[in-house]
Write a protein that binds this ligand. Sequence first.
Ligand SMILES: Cc1cc2nc3c(=O)[nH]c(=O)nc-3n(C[C@H](O)[C@H](O)[C@H](O)COP(=O)(O)OP(=O)(O)OC[C@H]3O[C@@H](n4cnc5c(N)ncnc54)[C@H](O)[C@@H]3O)c2cc1C
Length: 468
Amino acid sequence: MEAKRAEVVVLGAGPAGLAAGVALARAGCSPWIVERDDTPGGLMRGLRHGAYQVDLGRKELYDRIPEVVRLWESLLGEDLRPYAHRVGILYDGVIIERERVYRGALRGLPPRMLARGARDFVRARVRRVRDRRPPSNLEEYWIDRRGEFLTRALSQGYQEKFTGVPYRARPVPEEQSGSKARASTAEAVKALVDRLQAPSREVVFRHPRRGTQQIVDAMVAEIERHGGRFLFGATVKSIAHEGGRVRHIELDQRGETRRLGCDAVVSGLPLMLLARVLGVADDALLRVDWNRSRRTLIGYFFLDAPPRFSHAWLEVSCPKLSIGRITSYDAFGGEMCPPGRGAIAAELYLDALDPRAAAEDEEVLDALEHELVTAGLVVKETIVDRRLVRIRGSEASVDYRNWTDPLVESLLARLEAFENLFDANRAGIDVATFAGLEAARAIVTGDAARFRAVADPRTPYSDYERLA
Ligand SMILES: Cc1cc2nc3c(=O)[nH]c(=O)nc-3n(C[C@H](O)[C@H](O)[C@H](O)COP(=O)(O)OP(=O)(O)OC[C@H]3O[C@@H](n4cnc5c(N)ncnc54)[C@H](O)[C@@H]3O)c2cc1C
């Protein structure tokens, strides 16, 4: 077994690990970056297919953390380009606009849907007068406020596919529980008008000209330029620790066991995996591991013409379609597709036991293609190639709330007890990047307290938005 001494080791070359790698390398720390795959990027990686270079499903880069935006700007310059952030919701063959500038008076809702929405809204109000019981779950909560049709069309249909959890099984929002859970008619009308018409936050969305892989490539180049090194095809098997300090990492690199001694470690590994390799996971924790029970499959369709809609992505709330989200890469306006062509990604969110999770690629692609064509989004004859990607170990709907589960919080407390270990895996590319940068800063300055305070994985996204 080869024993090698490394000062700083970064586990995982996703956005968190790469950002830490950039900051450490720029500070002269020459980190070792250990990555299981043969290529870098984690869930931010792109996919090259002939002349196409697309993202891993839908990738929206948020501008809410100034340090992260500065990093991307420093790496990409002019190639971080604004695009028309036209996004929508697909329901029953109709695209409902989500962005203010495209909303118009009725957000693209045809009169028949508007009439149905108005009828269901009035029904919900009448029911509300008869039944004074507060809503007992999220479905009742939203129907009380929006009526049945608009609840399903605007959010429920998509959210239930995305998370795999029916609204009926989810509680009413915590801050609205008790008597506040019931909306008066005036409140419900105001909330509905806000939802349908009020301006969304003024944001200029930007995307790399050649997709998220361009950020990955730029980070790798920057790390190598400053003396950082990569170990690809190297799987972390265990992390040895003693007296509250990580001592060494045991890896399997293409069948060969290696050991890396270390003074400090940044981990971008999925949180529960980190718990397992550290030997601090128990059965209860494994039960709340969000990556174990769900699968994300992405069907790519490469086209010799643009698709029949001009949105960058659509959330599919329509129950007739199993697809959860559809991304169209030519709508980002960069060079992800060759000129005059298009590429679509259709995301499917499945429980691990769903038979489609084990179906042959061609079978899944046939089903997705049928949905895209029958929904009128793609002309069959324009499809020149297709490909299925199965994302292993990653639940797409995870957000900061997953970290507020009491079992996860107790794990976080245990991780914090390791003085030279910085866990930077987060939900959201920008948040993970920020945590990576802050982990590096903690190692360089010795100020671990700041990392724990500003890069807490439980921080609500609205807190970052307030700072932006
Ligand atoms: C379908 C989908 C769509 C998403 N869309 C968006 C979006 O639009 N906007 C957004 O901000 N976020 C989005 N996210 C979330 C975002 O991708 C993640 O939050 C982010 O990538 C987390 O970064 P990370 O570096 O912490 O982890 P990851 O990106 O998961 O990287 C972890 C790395 O660790 C490596 N690894 C795993 N196990 C081992 C091991 N044993 N040994 C060595 N290496 C290992 C992996 O190969 C990977 O490279 C999406 C996620 C999914 C699944």
